[in-house]
Design a protein around this ligand. Structure first.
Ligand code: NAP
Length: 250
């Protein structure tokens, strides 16, 4: 299969690319860091096609896609919209609006844009698979998740609505919603490079690993074409719901 994955320079994207290449697929992998992509190209070999661009930049995205051989785009089998991030964990009244803008731009706008670019290839050949990396934050509220959770709620509803639009087509869509996963740059990015704060998130917790997510993605694409997994929500056993909060004497 030919598989386009956004954000392969670390975390889930990297683990997914590594596993799918090992399984014999061709992976077009994106990210903004050219040096990391060069490293991966050396490691993954000729079935890895690196593309360096910011998914939030519409023109850069179109240019990058146009740089691919027409034949490859026309024969793309899977789009994995993985690039994304959380910024900040402050309550909404104290959050930095610039963080909100960046999350909306990448997690919402760029995911919608790239999907819009790729979908006609899938509907033309009447096959294809969009896997969106959402989050449990798109369903379950937690303190400080304000706009991050809302961007992932967009990913969730967008995924379901795509399925509604694709009625009668053999084009599949899944929203994969992980809970707490370590071994990625997610928390370093969230806390603007504060490694101590990032480390504390994972201390004494048996969290989900990027390789676990890669295995789930491999399982999804190995399902027969008549099966569509709408949503796949996954948490580490160590994580569960906080329940509703009641404040006395408010
Ligand atoms: N880790 C978790 O606990 C967790 C839980 C649920 C959902 N998720 C979601 O899973 C996805 C991957 O997260 P991760 O944990 O693997 O984080 P990560 O290690 O920080 O990886 C994020 C990837 O996205 C790329 N990226 C970010 N912004 C980009 C942009 N504007 N243009 C192009 N590439 C961009 C990064 O590459 P460059 O920096 O090179 O651009 C990087 O490769 C995200 O959508 C995240 O919201 C994570």
């Amino acid at each position: 299969m030919n598989i386009l994955i956004t954000g392969v320079t670390s975390g889930f994207g990297r683990a997914i690319a590594e596993l799918l290449i090992a399984k014999g697929h061709t992976v077009i992998g994106t990210g903004r860091r050219q040096a990391k992509l060069d490293e991966l190209a050396g490691e993954f070999g000729e079935r890895f096609i690196p593309l360096c661009f910011d998914v939030g930049d519409k023109i850069a995205t179109k240019t990058a896609l146009q740089s691919l051989p027409n034949e490859l785009l026309a024969n793309l089998d899977v789009l994995i919209n993985n690039a994304g991030f959380a910024l900040g964990l402050e309550s909404a009244d104290k959050a930095d609006f610039n963080d909100w803008e960046q999350m909306i731009n990448t997690n919402v706008f760029s995911l919608a844009h790239l999907t819009h670019e790729i979908l006609p290839f899938f509907t033309t050949k009447n096959s294809g698979y969009v896997i969106n990396i959402g989050s449990t934050a798109g369903k379950h509220p937690y303190f400080g998740a304000n706009v991050y959770g809302a961007t992932k709620a967009f990913v969730r509803q967008f995924s379901l609505n795509l399925r509604a639009d694709l009625v009668g087509k053999k084009v599949r869509v899944t929203n994969l919603e992980p809970g707490l996963c370590g071994g990625t740059e997610f928390s370093n990015v969230r806390f603007h490079g504060d490694d101590d704060k990032a480390k504390a998130v994972y201390e004494n917790v048996e969290y989900i690993q990027p390789t676990d997510i890669a295995n789930m993605v491999a399982w999804l694409i190995e399902q027969p074409e008549h099966i569509n997994i709408n949503e796949l929500e996954v948490m580490p056993t160590a994580q569960t719901f906080a329940g509703l909060k009641v404040v006395k004497d408010l």
